[in-house]
Design a binder for this molecule. Sequence first.
Ligand code: NI
Length: 162
Amino acid sequence: MSTPTRSPTVTVGRPPRWDARRRAEPETNDATPEPASAPPAPTVDKVNLAQKLALFSEPWSPKIVGELNGQHVKLVKLQGPFVWHHHEAEDELFLVLHGHLRMELRDRTVDVKPGELIIIPRGVEHRPVAEEEVHVLLFEPASTLNTGNVREERTAEHLQRL
Ligand code: NI
């Protein structure tokens, strides 16, 4: 004795999913709003590492030269011993471009030469040491602080973009 709802009638009245008339519909609808809402095309350009490295000389002061997927690509010059530290939440990649980096870990030391990279997993204590000037490309989440869990005079909070 209940009054039938309208919805079954509407459903039955629609063409089935495989019907060509249904397929044609979304195509026209999809195409219309896209040009208006599409973001402007990003600027794509290469980064010359030697040119960027020539722009600064101070050691332990990372510069941002690229950004992708929430990660920063940074260049840094190292001179002397850094501070022992670790990063709670970030893995760090060091790619040596110039000089020899001595990466001290608590149980051993790894020599990293130009063209080599080392990844320090989160939580692992490390101390980069550069007996002579070393140039490094860093790749790490944007949240990464250079001194990790330690605060000292070389802690770099606001990084310059080159
Ligand atoms: Ni670190």
